[in-house]
Ligand binder design. Structure first.
Ligand SMILES: Nc1nc2c(ncn2[C@@H]2O[C@H](COP(=O)(O)OP(=O)(O)O)[C@@H](O)[C@H]2O)c(=O)[nH]1
Ligand SMILES: [Mg+2]
Length: 203
């Protein structure tokens, strides 16, 4: 897949989410996970661009950033996009509050509950740390909301083959998932598998 990405807007409240105008009218894919898990890097790796901001300081993104994706290599921004990507604020950073709901900006829940355009949630979990309770909490909530989701294990490049296999197995067990796709934004491992998932689910 080849898309030209365009940054649309940064929303701090539901009223700022992209509306139903033609230039926003496309299935939306949301990227969710703890701060620093690699959301922005993954978006950039999928798109082969630097459109999403990558930060080494956790907890920076406090807004939902929307990107419109147009097929092909030339810009046709007045036309309907093929997809919208939404880069969501990370959770799990603030030390005081461990739960997602308590620390997530209040508009994340309305986004997940009510966003009609939302076709797929990509949940990122770090393969370099043990399974995290707040990741389980999010994945469980998505299942209860009947939101289609796919779980990816990030930063797979940091682990050897055997360690990676073990980590993925532990993550699957803890989060109750049949499948977790190992990905690396550095080596681009897993990008094809994730694109296949995105394309099949939004069609
Ligand atoms: N080794 C490695 N580091 C990564 C990878 N993806 C992200 N990072 C690093 O992890 C940090 C956080 O990445 P970022 O994309 O900003 O995370 P976000 O907070 O979830 O958006 C940055 O220092 C990235 O360079 C990856 O696939 N492999
Ligand atoms: Mg980010």
């Amino acid at each position: 897949m080849r898309f030209v990405p365009k940054f649309l807007l940064s929303a701090m409240a539901p009223a700022h989410f992209p509306g139903t105008a033609k230039t926003y009218d496309a299935p939306e894919v949301a990227f969710l996970g703890r701060s620093n898990v690699g959301k922005s890097s993954l978006i950039n790796a999928l798109l082969g661009s630097k459109e999403a901001k990558v930060s080494s300081t956790p907890g920076r993104t406090r807004a939902i950033n929307f990107f419109a994706l147009h097929e092909g290599t030339t810009q046709k921004f007045s036309q309907r996009p093929s997809l919208i990507f939404a880069d969501l604020p990370g959770y799990g950073y603030a030390k005081i509050s461990k739960s997602i709901s308590a620390e997530w900006p209040t508009f994340i829940e309305p986004y997940l509950n009510e966003r009609d355009q939302l076709a797929l949630c990509v949940c990122l979990v770090d393969t370099n740390i043990p399974p995290q309770a707040n990741d389980t909490q999010l994945i469980t909530a998505l299942r209860q909301m009947q939101r289609p989701h796919v779980v990816v294990g990030t930063k797979a490049d940091r682990l050897g083959g055997n360690q990676l296999t073990k980590s993925i197995a532990a993550l699957k067990k803890a989060h109750g998932e049949d499948r977790i796709i190992p990905v690396s934004s550095k080596t681009e491992d897993g990008m094809k598998a994730l694109w296949a998932e995105i394309v099949s689910l939004v069609q």
